[in-house]
Ligand binder design. Sequence first.
Ligand SMILES: [Zn+2]
Ligand SMILES: [Zn+2]
Length: 376
Amino acid sequence: MSEFYVLLGVARDATEAEIKKAYRKLAMEYHPDRNPAPEAEARFKEITEAYEVLRDPQKRAAYDRYGKAGVGGAAGGFNFHHVDLAEALNIFMRDFGGLGGLESLFGGGRARTDARRGQDVRVTVKLSLADVAAGVKKTVRFKAPDRCTNCQGTGAKPGTRPTACGTCGGSGEVRRAARSMFGQFVSVSPCPTCAGEGVVVQEPCEVCRGEGRVRAEKTVTVDIPAGVSTNNYLTLRGQGAAGPRNGPAGDLLVMLDIKEDDRFERQGDDLIFDLPLSFSQVALGTTVTVPTPYGEEEVRIAPGTQPETVVRLRGRGLPVLGQNSKGDLIVRVHVWTPERLTAEQERLFQELAKLEGEPPTRSPGFWSKLKEALGA
Ligand SMILES: [Zn+2]
Ligand SMILES: [Zn+2]
């Protein structure tokens, strides 16, 4: 889980100032307007992603606890996603004002997004508490463009091939060198002829009309880990819409809709179950059956149990997301008083009333001492 820290070259307990400083240094080195090496852009995105999480105390705490793992942690509704280049450039610009104001001189700060990337698709899956307890595989069906099989996604009529773009020579980019008092700059922009694809289709495929993708219904099986909550979502890389002409596919974002279970109240990984018992049951002690997400379980109620006593069934709550542990099932005892008595019941209660004596004198701390003595 130290990945983000390693990327920025900072210690796990680094201060916000140290994180900011480390990021700025690396960003100046890998900013794609400064560093023309092909791997610089990917590196820039990675360090920005790490910075964006670690600079925010809430996201950082969630990351320390859960890692990214494709699932946002429950804490603070932190949803992790990969940043694209445009976002990364904006983040850098937001916090550091860009490359020392140079782009304002050179019309830079280009917000280049990958026009060839397919759309992200969002779907919602419904889950029951039992699904959350055990983890579940769900099959989702959705409409999204898929690669055209007639042209293998190229957009060119079968038997023909897209040809290399004459303007950019197939690179998809036009580079211009500009000289300034600060030194030489290389400005890169998408080729206007081929829109950055590097190729042009002379004879379009008849099925997709040159798009390289067609309308389709997709079926994807989603593995939902145990312990998720409503503010988590899963990102399935490349499972969204196909990009035009074999461009990279978008992502599938799986939102979770967890149906409440009337039997339990969920508190993070713990579940609360309210157990009503009669006066005789708490006075005499009893064994009752309570539901858990893993089946029913017997609970022993000690003689003399006081109202609002809590019995904790360790490890019978929900799994902790991404960890091999479970929360508890908390059984709250309530004492039920009969509202209407039959003649026979009333006679017996009268009899009992003669024998039961006075309740103990109330003094501060009496109830807590009593509960302590009972081990509740
Ligand atoms: Zn086609
Ligand atoms: Zn071109």
